[in-house]
Structures are given as C-alpha cells and as structure tokens.
Design a protein around this ligand. Structure first.
Ligand SMILES: *Cc1c(COP(=O)(O)O)cnc(C)c1O
Length: 222
C-alpha cells in the first residue's frame, strides 16, 4: 500500500522536487515499509514521537522536524535532526544554534513564512523576515545553516487562493536570494505543498513537498 502510494506520487513530481514522507502518528512498521522501498526522508512534528522512532529505525534515515518546535525541546533532537523546517522566531533560531554547538554540528533549517490567511499558522510575516535577513543578525548563529523557506497555504478548496499564496512565498524567496547572501552556496530549499495542495505548490516554486495522509492514510489522533 504505502509503497504503491509513494511510487505514484513520485511519478507526479518533477525532477528536483524532494519528497518528505510525513509519518507523524503512523507506526514505525509503516516507515520501515517505505524505507525498504528506498524512501529516506521522513517528517515528524512531535519531539517525543520522533525520538522514539529515531531510536527504533535505521540510522541512515534523514529525519525532518516539520511542525512548531518549542525551544525547550530542541535539545532532544539536536544530536540527529537533518532539517528543521519551521523556524518561526529568532529565539528558536538562537536555541537551535546553541544546541547544535553543544553537539558539534551545524543544523540546517528553513525559515517559516506566514502567508496563509489564517490566524493559527506560525511564522514570520514576509516583511518581518525581510527585516530580519536585512539586519544580518542571522550571521551570529554559526551553528545553523539557513537553507531556504517553508510555508503552509490556507486550508481551503480555493485553488486560486492557494496558488497565489505559494506564489507569494516563491517571490519572497527570489527577493531574498537576489538581495542577500543568506542562501548563497546552500541548497535553496522551498518547502511547500502537502497532500491536498502539492501539485499547486510544485507549479509555484516548491522543491520539497511534505506529504502524509496521501501516503500513509488518515492519521488516528489519540
Ligand atoms: C502534518 C503535516 C504535513 C502533512 O500533511 P498531509 O495533509 O497529511 O499531507 C505537512 N506539513 C506539516 C507542517 C504538517 O504538520
């Protein structure tokens, strides 16, 4: 099941778009099934669940933290996390830097932009992010590598609205890339698109999609 789903999603992704299999709330056995089929990047959004899965599963999995990360929990994932998608404050960036230093690592991160017309989504407003990048203070954090942007579109059926939000994120990424050095020599990751909107996302600049329910089925929340 999982394998067929991943294979058919892969066929729809243009070359150069990476697939993060979002495995939150799904058991390790399903992750192992996807792993055995060659999938290596998995996304989780709860620290405790991620740590348990990290310990139980093969060590060459690239674990991505995709949800809202509390500063007091960074220390638990700092030894092994491959990419933190949703840095939504300088405070969090500073803590990731501190914990990365303790572990003798540089941790790759993405800055989360708040584009959606919803109050509940986290992230920097585009003008806040531009001001932060322009200030240059990100250069103080030598143990984090800011590799790109992450965003979530409004949860709506209005495809034109979703497209316009992703387009705003794409333009913001281009503005930052052309005016500042923050992404220079980095992977330039644009992480947007989930199960219901990833095909719109890849038409509007995404090169990393985060897909959960389309691969693993509906999540059962306890
Ligand atoms: C859960 C989650 C996803 C995956 O959502 P699906 O709709 O199941 O594909 C993607 N991104 C983030 C930040 C999430 O929390």
């Amino acid at each position: 099941m999982v394998v067929e789903k991943i294979n058919s999603i892969r066929q729809t992704l243009p070359k150069g778009v990476q697939l993060v299999a979002v495995s939150k709330y799904h058991p390790a056995i399903m992750i192992q099934e996807a792993y055995d089929n060659g999938q290596r990047i998995f996304g989780e959004s709860h620290v405790q669940e991620l740590v348990q899965k990290y310990e139980a599963l093969p060590k060459d999995i690239e674990w991505h933290f995709i949800g809202h990360l509390q500063t007091n929990k960074v220390k638990y994932i700092a030894p092994f996390i491959s990419l933190i998608h949703a840095v939504d404050s300088e405070h969090l960036l500073k803590e990731i830097d501190k914990q990365a230093k303790k572990n003798g690592r540089v941790i790759p991160v993405l800055m989360q932009v708040h584009i959606a017309k919803e109050e509940t989504k986290f992230g920097f407003l585009p003008e806040e992010l531009l001001a932060f990048i322009a200030s240059g203070t990100w250069q103080l954090y030598e143990n984090v590598s800011i590799e790109g942007l992450m965003c979530m579109a409004t949860n709506t059926d209005d495809e034109a609205q979703i497209a316009s939000e992703f387009e705003q994120a794409r333009l913001l990424f281009e503005t930052i890339s052309s005016q500042y050095s923050v992404f220079k020599g980095k992977r330039s990751i644009c992480s947007w698109g989930m199960s219901h909107d990833y095909s719109i996302a890849v038409r509007h600049g995404s090169n990393m999609v985060r897909i959960g329910s389309l691969i693993f089925g509906e999540r059962v929340y306890q």
